[in-house]
Design a protein around this ligand. Structure first.
Ligand code: G4P
Length: 534
């Protein structure tokens, strides 16, 4: 198949939600339809053992939260579906944000009982920023939830996106009878026990069929017509370009647990979701159909296979055809690299791939060469623009508890911060290592992984800072004066960029006032600009 046809048949997306809305359940059901797993029961029973097909990291088994981003691919109706799984926990939000740089669209899962939640808002902010096309799945319709009008109102106001219902529920909770498809104009009947649906009804999807009217109930049908009329007046109808530009989100109702509304969601997704498109690099836009292979690393995963200590760098292919054993150009180190066993992923099963195409994600075995955001090309100096790192708000000093394992500790801290788990700053004198994060949980993850993967022990001591900002200035004299005045609050990141630790917002403001030629950066994207200049 030629490159253009390969691109056309790919859909790469992420399922995002606030924890517990049903992301894992929906993922499993999609895998089931895709034939990638055989029975839902198999995955469910895994979950009881505190792991699922999509969440398989050791630490997660310990804690029952998703900290990994895994990739799952399956073929459905001749379309290659690549699902990039994302951690739900807020402390790993940066991980999710980075994954969102590698997808062409998303499905957002909302719990019908809870409506829009904190994580939902943050994730949508990133989607809006990137104009990512969004489809919404209102889950748990089998439970007594918010009224659909209230839900839709909440979605539009809180997420600042127009929604267009594709299906509409008939009743809810105990009275949930099914959904009406506003475009196909047919009904899908719901029953939590599928065997309780009369045989005669299974064949009909016509709302005017008297057998169906009897089953659903006259009242429910009357209400459905009223609501549909209202929906027609109040909400947008589907418009492909508004959806593709990220302004309009088609919306579905269902129950992932009961496997209801999922097939409809998948089939519509395959019809409307975009295939891999142009991706902006700092230097120029890159078209997927360009012959030369380009890709970027959006995730580094340590110790996926406990029998091997290797890391795996997940690379999204942006253009061209990726081939096993071919030399590629690592643009940060300007070195050539070759991969003898690039992996594709099917949940926690890996297999070696000979070639991959735009939209695909390949796992590259790495012994420490890759950092998040690294670009591979066929020689061109390209840098893909990702989501920048945010300046950390929690800062702790690493205390080595086993001096005999100092080397292992240093290696572990360096590698984990390359993976994007947290940020490392070094302060002199004494080479003090300070770890900055956006969430508390990362410290526990680092401690756990240092012990289990690197055999090193550490604790973290609290520091009195609330903010770390990168500082730049063209005025060397003022920069030097700032350094000598704030000596004890200055550290350096891994690329030796100076960082200022502030004890309070007031201290930061005073520093800004007293040193007007210095710029204090809240995100790391200033580094890209510096790279570009070079
Ligand atoms: P997450 O990945 O977004 O965190 O959510 P997950 O799929 O793990 O689902 C969270 C809980 O919600 C699970 O229950 C799951 O069974 C339930 N759930 C998912 N979809 C539906 C639905 O359509 N209806 C209802 N009523 N519940 C649903 P749990 O008790 O936490 O886990 P489990 O013991 O069932 O695995």
């Amino acid at each position: 198949m030629d490159l253009k046809s390969e691109i056309k048949k790919r859909r790469t997306f992420a399922i995002i939600s606030h924890p517990d809305a049903g992301k894992t359940t929906l993922t499993e059901k999609l895998l089931l339809f895709g034939g990638a797993i055989q029975t839902a029961g198999a995955v469910r029973s895994n979950k009881i053992r505190k792991t699922t097909t999509s969440d398989f990291m050791e630490i997660e088994k310990q804690r029952g939260i998703s900290v990994s981003t895994s990739v799952m691919a399956f073929d459905y109706n001749n379309i290659r579906v690549n699902i990039l799984d994302t951690p739900g926990h807020k402390d790993f939000a940066e991980d999710t944000f980075r994954t969102l740089t590698a997808v062409d669209s998303v499905i957002l899962v909302i719990d019908s009982v809870k409506g829009v939640e904190e994580q939902t808002r943050k994730l949508m902010e990133v989607c809006r920023m990137r104009h990512t096309p969004v489809m919404i799945f209102i889950n748990k319709m089998d439970r007594e939830g918010l009224h659909p009008y209230d839900l839709l109102d909440d979605l539009e106001k809180e997420l600042k996106i127009a929604v267009c219902p594709y299906t509409w529920p008939i009743g809810s909770g105990k009275q949930f009878k099914g959904v009406y498809n506003l475009y196909k104009k047919d009904v899908q009947i719901f029953a939590s026990d599928k065997n309780s649906i009369p045989e005669s009804l299974i064949s009909t999807r016509d709302i005017l069929d008297p057998r169906l009217r009897d089953y659903v109930g006259e009242d429910n049908i009357e209400r459905l017509w009223e609501e549909i009329e209202f929906v027609g007046d109040m909400f947008e109808t589907f418009n492909m370009s508004l959806y593709r530009e990220g302004y309009l989100a088609p919306l579905f109702f269902g129950s992932a647990l009961n496997n209801f509304g999922v097939l409809e969601l998948l089939e519509t997704f395959l019809e409307i979701a975009p295939c891999p498109g142009t991706i902006q690099a700092s230097e120029r836009p890159v078209d997927p159909a360009e012959e030369a292979m380009t890709g970027f690393v959006f995730k580094i995963h340590a110790n996926l296979d406990p029998n091997h200590r290797d890391r795996i760098a997940f690379m999204r292919i942006c253009s061209g055809r990726f081939e096993r054993n071919k030399f590629y150009f690592h643009t940060r180190s300007e070195k050539k690299m070759r991969f003898s066993s690039p992996a594709s992923f099917m949940a926690n099963n890996k297999s070696i791939v000979e070639e991959a195409f735009p939209g695909d994600v390949v796992g590259l075995y790495d012994s420490g060469n890759f950092k998040i955001g690294d670009t591979l090309s066929e020689g061109e100096l390209l840098h893909f623009e990702g989501v920048p790192s945010f300046s950390p708000e929690i800062l702790r000093e690493v205390v080595n508890l086993d001096p005999l394992k100092t080397k292992q500790l240093e290696k572990g801290v360096r590698q984990m911060t390359d993976e994007g788990v947290a940020q490392l700053f070094v302060q002199q004198p004494g080479n003090r290592k300070i770890i900055g994060t956006v969430g508390e949980l990362q410290y526990e993850v680092i401690k756990f992984r240092l012990e289990h993967e690197y055999g090193a022990k550490c604790s973290f001591s609290h520091l009195p800072y609330v903010k770390a900002c990168w500082i730049t200035s063209d005025n060397k004299k003022e920069m030097d004066a700032f350094f000598s005045r704030k000596y004890s609050s200055i550290a350096f990141d891994k690329e030796n960029n100076p960082v200022f630790f502030a004890e309070s917002e007031w201290v930061l403001k005073t520093a800004k006032d007293n040193f007007p030629s210095l710029t204090f950066h809240n995100t790391s994207d200033f580094k890209m600009k510096i790279n570009k200049k070079i």
